[in-house]
Design a protein around this ligand. Structure first.
Ligand code: MN
Length: 223
């Protein structure tokens, strides 16, 4: 059974950038519903008892309910984890800071490219910063609740270390149709300490393993 992880802060902790009502509904109801429906979708199938990345490895062999709810479960686990109460860290730290600087030139350029990717998602989906098996960083997007670790068409996009939920339920109460403003404010509440620890975990995993089948997706402890 997959369980809804408790929110690692209070509902109002992301204000003024994400309001408390949005966080409460988004976590307790949306994320809660994906989690419950995911358990129902895998019940009695060979996926029962497997970990999330093993399930993502064979996601194309199963119905859309597994893909959509399994993605919804895992994507939101990461989303809540990489957000932080206002003021925790405004800029990348540690190894991820160095990696962003060497890959994109500067944090500001990375932020522009990530914003551009997020704005390019038509309808509901996600934008991600992932680590490729080569260790390189890459910005990508996925539709609906697809996760970059899902093997689709034989390929994975990479190990996600940062993700922004672009479904309207993530921002509509405060921002209505103003997705650009939500994305701009998202950068004020990223927990770069967690993103750094996920980056290090991904690099370590790639050094020790040929693929990510048993990767501990989004399971780094909150410091
Ligand atoms: Mn969501």
């Amino acid at each position: 059974m997959f369980e809804l992880p408790p929110l690692p802060y209070t509902y109002d902790a992301l204000e003024p950038y994400i309001d408390a009502t949005t966080v409460e509904i988004h976590h307790d109801r949306h994320h809660g519903t994906y989690t419950g429906a995911f358990n129902v979708a895998i019940k009695g199938t060979p996926l029962e008892g497997k970990d999330i990345v093993e399930i993502f490895d064979v996601i194309e062999d199963y119905p859309a309910a597994v893909r959509n709810n399994g993605g919804g479960y895992a994507n939101h686990n990461l989303y809540w984890q990489i957000l932080a109460p206002n003021g925790t860290s405004e800029r990348p730290v540690g190894e991820i800071e160095k990696a962003i600087d060497s890959t994109y030139g500067s944090y500001e350029i990375f932020r522009d490219k990530f914003t551009e990717a997020a704005m390019s998602v038509f309808g509901s989906g996600w934008a991600w910063l992932v680590v490729k098996p080569s260790g390189e960083l890459s910005i990508c997007t996925t539709p609906l609740q697809d996760n970059p670790m899902m093997r689709i068409g034989g390929e994975r996009k990479g190990y996600p270390i940062l993700g922004i939920d672009l479904w309207e339920h993530a921002y509509y109460l405060s921002y209505q149709n103003r997705r650009a403003e939500y994305i701009k404010n998202f950068f004020h509440i990223i927990n770069w300490y967690i993103v750094d620890s996920l980056y290090m975990a991904a690099i370590k995993y790639y050094k020790e393993n040929d693929d990510m089948t048993n990767a501990p997706l989004g399971e780094e402890p909150i410091p």
